[in-house]
Design a protein around this ligand. Structure first.
Ligand SMILES: C[S@@+](CC[C@H](N)C(=O)[O-])C[C@H]1O[C@@H](n2cnc3c(N)ncnc32)[C@H](O)[C@@H]1O
Length: 359
């Protein structure tokens, strides 16, 4: 372990984080040296002595030098392996997501153990041995290293989700999208929300927690998803969700005219359920968050379809489909407020999200 005598500032602990951020922003903080503390003060290492104007901006008056431990630079997985394997992290499980032949089998164990060594919070490394498939949209996994289990607790946007990715759908890369939708629900208002394909509650719980006066009806056909949803309501202390297990193509009949907001996260088949969604929408209308998959291709048989074209095609298709049902249910107005790419689905396909206001 190496130490170095460095210029530093001394601040009381209560202001430590604020000053640390300010120094970092001004690029004056030595990030490779360990911050130290003594009684109620902390010592923040600097790349050089502060100038008078800088100390004013940061709001510190005590400057000195002190010995700091210099941290060893963290080696990345690429430094160690010579390549970056693709993996996603669900709770404390790392799931290798690259295609089967990307990593030779002899390399798999080395990759798995390197992930365990690098991330102390990862306890299981598994690889996906099937695509996300079937009605339940789950996948098969093979454990490569670590503990012999596939159940975990994933933390996202201040919520906790217990789940087993072999039994239920879960995609950590949708955290931003779930947050975007949840932020549209105003905490002070009372909304009736229906999540038609709720999974373990990853939209429903965040919304229910943010808007305690609102109510979410969360439907899923997969019994394991509904079992986890019940558990996740307890884990997150929310009661304003009604989990319903079953096929939404029958359940919708019990929810006529109910919802101000509907979430339809079943990208491969959501078009098939638009009529059910409008049946459940309140007569005064509301918002539908609709997800679909649209392909694009830079060049195929002399033709090309850019991502922008794919967005336009989605817009046209959703408009046509919704209009059919708007007429049937006597809605006057359809506004596609946003049509945007959410995340890649396959090499030449995107999940596209549409926010459709109908009234
Ligand atoms: C893509 S996942 C979305 C899960 C969740 N909304 C999320 O973001 O994590 C789709 C979910 O729809 C469920 N599902 C598929 N077909 C259904 C149907 N006909 N009725 C109700 N749920 C269905 C699946 O079991 C799966 O949990």
């Amino acid at each position: 372990m190496r130490t170095e005598n460095l210029h530093c500032v001394k601040v009381e602990k209560g202001r430590g984080e604020q000053v640390r951020r300010a120094l970092k922003e001004l690029k004056l903080l030595r990030t490779d040296a360990k911050i130290t503390s003594k009684s109620d003060c902390i010592y923040l290492p600097l790349i050089r002595a502060l100038k008078a104007a800088e100390s004013e901006v940061v709001g510190v008056t005590e400057f000195l030098t002190a010995d700091f431990t210099i941290l060893e630079p963290r080696r990345s997985i690429e430094d160690i392996l010579g390549f970056s394997p693709a993996y996603e992290i669900i709770g404390d499980i790392a799931v290798l997501t690259g295609s089967q032949d990307t990593i030779a089998e002899t390399n798999e164990l080395q990759v798995a153990h390197t992930i365990l060594d690098l991330h102390k919070n990862i306890k299981v490394v598994a690889k996906r041995i099937s695509a996300v498939e079937g009605v339940y949209r789950n996948r098969k996994l093979k454990i490569l290293a670590g503990e012999n289990r596939t159940e975990t607790i994933h933390k996202e946007n201040g919520c906790r989700y217990k789940l087993d990715p072999e039994k239920v759908y879960f995609n950590p890369s949708l955290a931003g999208e779930r947050n975007r939708v949840a932020m549209q629900v105003e905490p002070s208002k009372t909304e009736q929300i229906i999540d038609m394909f709720a999974g373990v509650g990853s939209f429903a719980i965040q919304i229910a927690k943010r808007a305690p006066q609102s109510h979410v009806t969360a439907i899923d056909i997969n019994p394991d998803a509904i079992r986890y949803l019940h558990e996740n309501m307890g884990l997150n202390g929310v009661r304003n969700i009604e989990p319903i297990e079953g096929d939404v193509s029958g359940i919708y009949l019990k929810c006529e005219n109910k919802a101000n907001r509907i979430i339809m996260n079943l990208p491969k088949s959501a078009y098939m359920f638009l009529r059910e969604a409008l049946y459940m929408l309140h007569p005064k209308g509301g918002m539908i968050h609709f997800y679909t998959v649209e392909e694009f291709y830079p060049a195929k048989g002399g033709k090309s379809k850019s991502l922008d074209m794919a967005l336009e095609i989605t817009k046209a298709k959703v408009t046509a489909k919704l209009k059919e049902h708007c007429d049937e249910f006597h809605y006057q107005t359809l506004e596609l407020q946003e049509v945007r790419k959410v995340k890649p689905y396959a090499p030449y396909a995107y999940i596209i999200g549409v926010d459709a206001a109908i009234y």
